[in-house]
Design a protein around this ligand. Sequence first.
Ligand SMILES: [Zn+2]
Ligand SMILES: [Zn+2]
Length: 247
Amino acid sequence: MLTIILFGLIAATAEVIGGTLIVLRKEWPRKVQEYLIALSAGFILALVVFELIPESLALLGEVASLYIIIGFGLIHFFEHTIVGHLHFGEETHHEVMVSKVASFSAFTGLFIHAFFDGFSISAGMNFDFSIGLLIFIAVLLHKIPEGLTVASVMLSANHPRKTAFFASLAIGVATMLGILLVFLLASVDQKAVGIAFALSAGAAMYVGASDLIPEINRSTNRITPLIVFGGMLLFYISKQLMESILG
Ligand SMILES: [Zn+2]
Ligand SMILES: [Zn+2]
């Protein structure tokens, strides 16, 4: 349990680092942000297809499909149905972000998203440590861009820098809440962990296909889409390494 919390803290810290970079106005090379998002997209989609969906089906049987689509729908609902404007990466559309309401709704969307990041790591590790570790890598790869996103959304809406920093901290806390909730579920019953696992498969699919891929497709740099395949390859290499180390 302590190990899982530790991994959660690492992911939450990456979030706050992303936020801090924006708050300190450090020059953050756009290319690095794009490459991280592309790498993460390829990795997370390969993870969903090769591990999360098959394992969910093995755990729960046919009903897993239902939980997968619910997980997908939950993130879609909180990020893009009730929220007017939210996308990954540094906020550059200052004209649509002037209202405080827009920034709070984007914050809420990211809060739910980050909650599921933690939830997925914890559900994965509770079920199978090496799958959990792969989920952790997938989450960690996009955590700095996520921190950049939340802090820049806040600054775009003319919130003070302190608020932008605390917003990224709060998103980090959301990740930890997701980690902890699975322990609560695990103490209730083991089937709940299976359901959590299937939900997080759907959530991860949404993050890869709908949060990350659209950012890559908008890029004018044609190397970025190629890096998605690099992310898939990275998944394969990580999985092989993990199997030879952890058995
Ligand atoms: Zn925007
Ligand atoms: Zn995330």
